[in-house]
Design a protein around this ligand. Structure first.
Ligand code: THU
Length: 134
């Protein structure tokens, strides 16, 4: 099983593909599928700003589109930020559909500081969790 720092390095590579001409804020995400496959994503902005897709949902959609429905870890790299950047509220909700509450989430910026929490900590009191099938 891949270690979480290696997963972070995959997220960092994915950030280099970010399409962020408006914010100039690149983000990369790497999700570990339950079979060990890594799925990456980057933010994809749009001139109609509200249509921007975050790196985390981009990675999630990659994985689900390949047949994976359970992810056991997530890394997020924000190289244009000095400090670590956690996922937005919309992404927390969407990620929680496909991650167990105890799955680790690591995030970091350009510096060496990393924050590691669980998805359950990022979206506590998730009363709708039982509605999800798997
Ligand atoms: N963004 C992400 O992709 N993930 C995050 O966790 C935070 C924000 C993107 C959205 C937008 O393209 C840019 O970063 C600035 O908000």
């Amino acid at each position: 099983m891949m270690n979480i720092e290696a997963l972070f390095q995959e997220a960092r590579k994915a950030a280099s593909f970010a399409y962020a001409p408006y914010s100039k804020f690149r983000v990369g995400a790497a999700l570990l599928g339950e079979d060990g496959t890594v799925y990456t994503g980057c933010n994809v902005e749009n001139r109609s700003f509200g249509l921007t897709i975050c790196a985390e949902r981009s990675a999630l959609v990659q994985g689900v589109s390949k047949g994976t429905r359970r992810f056991t870890a997530l890394a997020i790299a924000a190289p244009d930020s000095q400090e670590p950047v956690g996922p937005c509220g919309a992404c927390r909700q969407v990620l929680s559909e496909f991650m167990p509450p105890d799955a680790p989430v690591i995030f970091g910026g350009a510096g060496t500081r990393r924050i590691t929490v669980t998805i359950g900590e990022l979206i506590p009191f998730d009363s709708l969790h039982d509605l999800a099938e798997g």
